[in-house]
Design a binder for this molecule. Structure first.
Ligand code: ADP
Ligand code: F6P
Length: 292
């Protein structure tokens, strides 16, 4: 394999740059040529493809976001889009592709591989919602960001004797909410994997109030696509049924996706980037790199 491509796709995640860096430098050390595809599958369709050398990934290991940019590309879900992408791969001599992204990006990679472009997946998403790996790139940084924010919210919650509902990302997975709850000593976590009950929540909170706790924090996974759930929904329901409580809502939003990657994410991303190139070199096709 002489020429490989690398792209980042879907939601950006801190540590993606470290993964790109490891892919580029490992491939170059093995004598390969590396093409960087910008804006994920959108760039592959629109031929937004650049040559990368060892210097093009200088000073990026410590930066959040992705230097290759990313996109959600509806056109790639069509046969026409995939065929255009395949044409561009052929035009640039790309014989193998490293796709850094989440489960949607891997579905796209599967389509490419069905059309003759071998792909290796590297799991990059703050959601940690990819099976067959314990962790995904970006999850640890996002979790630490949430922890810092909740620690700050605890200060004001304590001062006013209020219940705070803090909404975090995760798409359909509750890893961020659940583990942030453990790390911050929250009263409860409301996650999509478990049915939630407002009375049970009130019991937890009531228990804390009786013990003279000054504040309560509840971590809530973001609302579903149909708009149900989310922090505001549970705060409203609690106050409706228990008007004696004063509740506030904080939605952390996209700040969870930014920031300097933690050491753990940088190391994970570096290991995975190296492993992706070694897998291509060893003739592996259409697999994902994971850590167990
Ligand atoms: P993530 O990779 O973080 O899960 P998305 O679900 O948005 O993010 O997927 C990223 C991109 O992968 C999509 O915008 C689309 O271009 C491509 N993709 C997702 N699902 C498919 C699919 N079933 N077939 C082809 N491409 C897909
Ligand atoms: O997959 C990462 C993620 O941040 C999810 O947690 C969230 O549901 C989604 O992306 C938000 O997507 P966007 O940035 O397109 O609004």
């Amino acid at each position: 394999m002489k020429t490989i491509g690398v792209l980042t796709s879907g939601g950006d995640a801190p540590g993606m740059n470290a993964a790109v860096r490891a892919v580029v430098r490992t491939a170059i050390s093995l004598g390969m040529t590396v093409k960087g595809i910008r804006r994920g599958y959108a760039g592959l369709i629109e031929d937004d493809i650049i040559d990368m050398d060892a210097r093009s990934v200088c000073d990026v290991i410590n930066r959040g976001g992705t230097l290759l940019y990313t996109a959600r590309c509806p056109k790639f879900r069509t046969e026409e889009g995939v065929l255009e992408a395949v044409e561009n791969c052929k035009k640039h001599g790309i014989e193998g592709l490293v796709v850094i992204g989440g489960d949607g990006s891997f579905r796209g990679a599967l389509e490419l591989s069905r059309h003759g472009i071998p792909c290796i997946g590297v799991p990059g998403t703050i959601d940690n919602d990819i099976s067959a790996t314990d962790h995904t790139i970006g999850y640890d940084t996002a979790l630490n960001t949430i922890m810092d924010c909740v620690d700050k919210i605890r200060d004001t919650a304590n001062s006013h004797n209020r219940i705070f509902f803090v909404e975090v990302m995760g798409r359909d997975a509750g890893f961020l909410a659940q583990n942030a709850a453990i790390a911050t000593g929250a009263e409860a976590a409301i996650i999509p994997e478990e049915k939630s009950d407002v009375d049970q929540l009130a019991t937890f909170i009531g228990r804390g109030v009786r013990k003279s706790k000054n504040s309560s924090i509840v971590l809530v996974s973001e609302s579903k696509k149909d708009g149900t759930g989310g922090a505001q929904y549970y705060a409203d329901r609690l106050v409706q049924e228990y008007p004696e409580y004063e509740a506030r809502v904080t939605i952390l939003g996209h700040l969870q996706r930014g920031g300097i990657p933690t050491a753990q994410d940088r190391i994970l991303a570096s290991r995975m980037g190296v492993a992706a190139i070694e897998a291509l070199k060893d003739g592996q096709r259409n697999v994902m790199i994971g850590v167990k």
